[in-house]
Every structure is written in structure tokens, then in C-alpha cells.
Design a protein around this ligand. Structure first.
Ligand code: ZN
Length: 262
């Protein structure tokens, strides 16, 4: 396999649970070339993800890892930088996609791996299946020196964040944004500004991040989804997500914009 002698990072999973190893500072660490013997012993399948500089990166599936600490990717929050989070997110999505595409979705025939692309090909009808991503919007709504933040029922106590929602078939991203905001909190927004994107592996989202200016309407909650939403002054924000999440970058970018007067 590529990189079987050079420097390597291995992201090892049992199901969707990542092998958790930490350095002395509590930062999560992938396994490396020093752990190859362990990898060869425990892995049931390796997926080559590509190289980062000289280093080859692999997603490794193991059937079980008795005695090892395992956790979902949320276990990386606060223990990994953006690079490690994105690589681990790529690894779990590749593994999950591979596991879910052993058979053709059209005719039920057996799939095999494409020899060059990341694709599965049906032995019988020849259809190709590629990893699917789900585009979604995430948006910070602002009104002068206030921002609209919301919490859903699953959030930790006191935590508020930006609004998000999946793009539906046939919609533009801009249409999704206006619709989701209207559905979730009842207000109208305009003047959308795209700021950047983030892969969000829960399970396979691609988050497209925006700022949007408040236009009209009062807050009306979509109560099945949203537990609370309100305007917060920028100098008195509630608990917000940590900086591994694009929601935090969107909030920080707006605060920076206000401070710099642009
Ligand atoms: Zn088929």
C-alpha cells in the first residue's frame, strides 16, 4: 500500500467510534508509522485518503479494540485543531460510505471498488456510486450591534448558536437560507454574504457559511426544532460553540467586523 514505509497518520475506527489517544497536553493524536505493527494486527480494512506533504493518511477499520478508549468525533472538541478534526471527519465519512455501499442501490448487485476513483461500481449494471455530501447553510443573522442566536433542544444548557438547515432538491443555497430562517425563527433576511465553508461529518454535511442582515418580522419559533431564539448584544453573548465549528467563525467574523468598523 502507498506509504507503507514513510511517515503516516492512521485514523482508526471501530464503527463510527475513533480510537482516542492523547499527548501530554491532552491533544488528540493519530497513530503514526511507529504504530504499524499495531495497525496490521487490528485492522480489518485500510482506506488510503491521500498524502499531506510527505505523510500518507489512512482511515483504518477495526472490528474491535478491547481495552482502548473510543469515542465519536464530538470527543475531539477541545482536543484537536481544525486540521485533525477535518482529517478525522474525512476518515469516518470514507469508512461509513464504503460500508454502506457494498451493494448497488439500483439493482442490488454486488459492488466492487473503482481502481482509481473513490467510487463503488456495480458488477451487474455498472452504475458508479460516489460518496454523497449533503450541502447545508449556516447563517449568522445580524442587526447593527445585535445578532440572532438560537438553541435547539439537544444543545448543552445555556448554549446558543447560528441557524442551519439542509439544502432541498431544486433549491439554490440562497433560497435555502431565506426559507430556513423564516421557518425556524420567523424573520426575513436579505443582503447575504458568503464567508466560507466547513465539512461537518455528522454525518456528511458540507456547511456553507453566511452572514445575513435582518430585514423584517418578529421572532416566532419553530417549536419542534428550536427551544429558544433571541437577539443578543454583541458585547453580551451567551455560551457559543468552540472554535472548531464554523458557527463560531461566523460569530467571531461579525464581532471583528463591528470592531474594525467595516
Ligand atoms: Zn447494479
Amino acid at each position: 500500500m502507498p506509504g507503507s514505509t514513510g511517515p503516516a497518520w492512521y485514523f482508526v475506527f471501530v464503527g463510527n467510534q475513533l480510537l482516542m489517544r492523547f499527548d501530554d497536553e491532552g491533544q488528540w493524536q493519530p497513530l503514526t508509522e511507529a504504530d504499524r505493527e499495531f495497525i496490521e494486527r487490528v485492522s480489518s480494512r485500510n482506506h488510503y485518503m491521500g498524502s499531506l506533504g510527505e505523510r500518507h493518511c489512512y482511515a483504518v477499520e477495526a472490528d474491535s479494540l478491547p481495552g482502548e478508549e473510543l469515542a465519536g468525533l464530538r470527543g475531539l472538541f477541545g482536543h484537536a485543531d481544525k486540521l485533525m478534526f477535518s482529517l478525522a471527519g474525512r476518515a469516518v465519512q470514507v469508512i461509513d460510505w464504503y460500508r454502506g455501499h457494498q451493494f448497488c442501490g439500483r439493482c442490488g448487485g454486488r459492488n466492487h471498488e473503482h481502481d482509481r476513483d473513490r467510487a463503488m461500481v456495480c458488477d451487474d449494471c455498472g452504475i458508479h456510486a460516489y460518496p454523497r455530501l449533503s450541502p447545508s447553510i449556516i447563517v449568522l443573522i445580524h442587526k447593527d450591534d445585535q445578532v440572532l442566536l438560537a438553541r435547539n433542544h439537544r444543545f448543552a444548557e445555556g448554549m446558543y448558536s447560528t441557524l442551519a438547515g439542509f439544502v432541498e432538491p431544486g433549491e439554490s443555497v440562497e433560497e435555502t437560507l431565506v426559507r430556513e430562517v423564516k421557518e425556524e425563527v420567523g424573520v426575513n433576511v436579505h443582503k447575504l454574504t458568503y464567508l466560507g465553508s466547513q465539512s461537518w461529518p455528522f454525518p456528511n454535511s458540507l456547511m456553507l457559511g453566511f452572514h445575513a442582515e435582518y430585514e423584517s418580522g418578529d421572532i416566532v419559533l419553530q417549536e419542534e426544532e428550536i427551544a429558544d431564539a433571541r437577539w443578543f448584544p454583541c458585547d453580551d453573548l451567551p455560551i457559543i460553540p468552540g472554535n472548531v465549528a464554523i458557527s463560531r467563525w461566523l460569530i467571531d467574523a461579525y464581532l471583528h467586523k463591528l470592531e474594525s468598523g467595516n
